[in-house]
Design a protein around this ligand. Structure first.
Ligand code: CS2
Length: 447
């Protein structure tokens, strides 16, 4: 019988196409201590599909060299937290559990999440089992430190418990990277054609993947084990984390707003248009990359343009715009501040900020409306609609929201004036013309 040693929270497409495959490799080599007990936070659909299929599902991997389908067996058990939170508590307290990993998205880092984790850790502490490596794998700056701080706050009334957590468990920071669009009916259909099974839990991804993990593991021997499957276990994740959050996620959010406003459905379709891909390249080269400490960032940025061009992924720009208000602080704040502190104006990012403000009006340049899935969508939409056509008021309200841009930028008059200028130009001349007047780029990533 399989007794999972990894408890994972967040059963979304990303986990199924990334870490579950790493754990599958480890399981084949080292046994069921690397099998995953995966918890969906709320949605029962995927968990039900997996349970009906012996936890197996299909992964389509495609890039320039072709497409292949693979059956993943990395997940050994599933449950839904909203239906049975006690199962999560019991799994965390189980003697066989050695790791917890999380992909619960940016908005998932709440006191509710921390309370659940702390409840499980409390039961574990009482049972006198060893501590756990608790690895946050979401696109958040210093994700492990952030989760640790949330758990500390959740155990504020239980100092003895926190002493045990702090001394027995670790919260390594990490960076995970693989493009995994949400599963669509078209993918399920393609799966049926290729494999004979209409697998609702199927996922589609690229061949590229990276997982860089801070070497702060409860069992130090796990570092070599993870490395054997291709995970990079390093002393300092920060250079990788910032490069990924700024270059990949930062340009993703910018090109997603651009696509949404121009009625372009997918990332590859944006990149297929030369003026738009030239802008994405300029954005990376001029504003998102400079100041990063990942040594090979220009090569990483160049590979991103190829990855974004992958047509099989058909990655919806509206999916990337989801939770935009939670993503901007993680993706754009640091590169804007790096430039401003070096007395430079990041014009490409100022254009991206104008696009985001325009995006919240809820309709493309041709007037097509779209749905904005974001917990702040209502407020942002209300402000953007109210001041539509008035760039000064739009930037005075939306551009000064400190929870989005940080307090330093919310008071940076030169920055705000640049964003306002772009929004005014978008209003008066349209996006494409504004784009064509942006300073031409001398260098390209290939030069
Ligand atoms: C994307 C990410 O949806 C989004 O916001 O930017 O999911 C992105 O595809 C991954 O982080 C790639 O590793």
């Amino acid at each position: 019988m399989t007794v999972p040693g990894v408890v994972h929270l967040g059963l979304g497409a990303f986990h199924r196409a990334h870490q579950a495959l790493v754990f599958e490799t480890l399981q084949e080599r080292y046994g069921s201590q690397w099998s995953v007990y995966a918890f969906s936070m709320r949605n029962p659909a995927v968990a039900e599909q997996l349970a009906a299929n012996h936890h197996r599902y299909h992964v389509r991997v495609s890039d320039g060299s072709g497409t292949r389908w693979k059956l993943c067996t990395g997940i050994g058990q599933v449950a839904v937290v909203a239906q049975a939170p006690q199962k999560l508590v019991a799994a965390i307290a189980d003697a066989h559990t050695r790791w917890i990993t999380l992909t619960v998205t940016e908005k998932g880092y709440t006191s509710d999440l921390a309370n659940l984790l702390v409840q499980g850790l409390h039961a574990r502490c009482k049972a006198r089992h060893a501590g756990l490596t608790i690895a946050s794998c979401d696109n958040l700056h210093k994700n492990g430190d952030h989760l640790r701080a949330l758990c500390q706050a959740a155990s504020v009334d239980q100092p003895a418990l926190w002493d045990w957590i702090a001394s027995s468990c670790t919260f390594p920071n990490s960076m995970v990277d693989r493009i995994v669009p949400a599963t669509t009916p078209a993918l399920v259909q393609a799966c049926e054609q290729a494999t004979g099974l209409a697998d609702l839990a199927a996922v589609s991804t690229e061949s590229f993947w990276e997982w860089v993990l801070e070497d702060r593991l409860v069992n130090p021997d796990d570092a070599a084990v993870l490395r054997s499957a291709g995970v990079q276990v390093v002393a300092d994740v920060l250079p990788y984390e910032l490069a990924k959050l700024n270059l990949l996620n930062g340009s993703h959010s910018a090109l997603a707003c651009l696509g949404a406003l121009l009625d372009i459905e997918t990332v590859d379709q944006v990149i297929a248009q030369p003026d738009l891909s030239a802008w994405v390249e300029a954005l990376m080269l001029e504003d998102l990359g400079p100041g990063l400490t990942r040594q090979d960032w220009p090569a990483y940025a160049q590979s991103l343009l190829r990855r974004f061009a992958n047509p099989t992924l058909s990655h919806s720009v509206h999916q990337i715009c989801k939770d935009l208000s939670q993503k901007i602080p993680q993706r754009w704040q640091a590169p804007i501040l790096r430039a401003r502190r070096a007395a430079r104006m990041p014009v490409q990012l100022a254009f991206a900020a104008a696009l985001a403000i325009r995006y919240w009006q809820g309709a493309s340049e041709s007037g097509q409306t779209y749905t904005m899935e974001d917990m702040q969508a209502h407020d942002m939409h209300w402000l953007a609609k109210r001041h539509a056509g008035n760039a000064t008021e739009s930037v005075r309200t939306l551009g000064r929201l400190a929870n989005l841009w940080g307090s330093e930028l919310a008071q940076d008059e030169q920055w705000l004036e640049t964003v306002r200028g772009f929004l005014q130009s978008i209003q008066d001349h349209g996006i494409r013309q504004t784009l064509s007047q942006l300073k031409p780029v001398g260098k390209t990533l290939a030069s």
